[in-house]
Design a protein around this ligand. Structure first.
Ligand code: PHE
Length: 363
């Protein structure tokens, strides 16, 4: 009996000490396999007398069961540990941000257009668009600038070759639009009043010096309704300027001006100071022009089939580069279009930093 107890202790110790599944299987074969130690003991039973055979047989069976159970228990513990280790090694943390350091910058022109659209969009304007290649009629004539009008000279127009009207008139002549105002015409022709649109887009003038670029950007605004008056225009643009420059008390003034397509017309100035040769926006007694605006000239409404007896409207236009230079302190207009990566890294905006009224417009 002592040797059976000893066998039991030895085998259970071997099970306990097996370092991995392969070693454990070796222990199993050596104990329970065809040539295993328990199997060998069983075979020896035949040589014993009947009483001893029964007692020894029962004892051996108990050892066999105990060893088999111990191996099973150790095996599932090892397998579970192995699975845990594998799961830990193959972990994927889906809560990590996609890209902690986004590459690339948003160009200040795109950013400022987005800022302008966010403010005016919130007031109820929707975005409209028109072609960069316009015809003379939409760019000039329909806007109350007939062919011999002196205002045409101020626009330094790029004319495209060919295609005067069939009668030799310039009506169908193609031009690169000199302002976004032709989209006022296209908007009114395409539907009925009321109209409330804003038009961001590229514009072109043949005037390339340090303060002008042959291609630049404007945002146009047009609102036409039954009761619209100058007070609406003033409120709209005052609110706009203060939101855009992030100053609740920014001084805004309307100065009489002239545009053929508005009557009366105004230029909109914001307060600033130029003390010490440095321009700063805000209170300071000095003024800076930022927008052209006015009440839509009745002739323009008539040209678009809108009855000026029943409808009035206001329109405004601004230069995006100018707004960007003033807000973000960009000193030279030409740098906007040089595609200098160092400039873009300095003046550009983080790609996921979308302007919004709640999240902030003024960084
Ligand atoms: N189209 C004018 C410009 O380019 C701006 C403007 C738009 C003025 C609408 C009044 C009304 O200078």
């Amino acid at each position: 009996m002592e040797s059976i107890d000893q066998l039991r202790e030895e085998l259970l110790a071997a099970v306990e000490q097996a370092a991995d599944l392969a070693a454990l299987d070796e222990v199993r074969v050596k104990a329970l396999g065809k040539k295993g130690r328990i199997t060998a003991e069983m075979k020896g039973l035949g040589a014993l007398d009947p009483d001893q055979r029964k007692a020894t047989g029962q004892a051996l069976n108990l050892v066999k069961d105990a060893v088999a159970r111990a191996i099973e228990g150790r095996k599932s513990a090892m397998e579970a540990a192995q699975l845990d280790a594998q799961l830990a090694a193959e972990t994927l943390d889906v809560t990590l941000p996609v890209e902690s350091q986004p590459q690339g910058r948003i160009h200040p022109i795109s950013q400022v257009i987005d800022e302008i659209l966010v403010i005016l969009g919130d007031m109820g304007f929707r975005v409209a668009e028109g072609p960069d290649v316009e015809d003379d009629w939409h760019n000039f004539t329909a806007l109350n600038i007939p062919p011999d009008h002196p205002a045409r000279q101020e626009h330094d127009t790029f004319y495209l070759p060919g295609a005067a009207g069939a009668d030799g008139s310039p009506g169908e002549r193609r031009v690169l639009r000199t302002h976004t105002s032709p989209v006022q015409i296209r908007t009114m022709q395409a539907g009925g009043p009321p109209f409330r649109v804003i038009v961001p887009g590229r514009t072109y003038r043949s005037d390339p010096d340090a303060t002008h670029s042959p291609m630049f950007h404007q945002v146009e605004g047009l609102l036409v309704d039954e009761q619209t008056h100058m007070g609406h225009l003033k409120g709209c643009l005052e609110d706009f300027c203060r939101a855009f420059f992030g100053m609740d008390d920014l001084p805004v003034r309307f100065r009489p001006s002239y545009f053929p397509f508005t009557e009366p017309s105004a230029e909109v100035d914001i307060g600033c100071t130029r003390e010490g040769g440095q321009l700063r926006i805000g209170h300071g007694g000095d003024w800076l022009e930022v927008l052209g605006a006015g009440m839509v000239n009745p002739n323009v409404l008539k040209n678009c089939g809108v009855d000026p007896e029943n409808y009035q409207g206001f329109a405004f236009g601004m230069g995006v580069e100018r707004m960007a230079m003033l807000k973000y302190g960009v000193p030279d207009l030409r740098t906007f279009f040089e595609s200098d990566l160092r400039w873009l890294r300095h003046y550009g905006f983080a790609s996921l930093d979308m302007p919004s009224l709640t999240g902030g417009l003024n960084r």
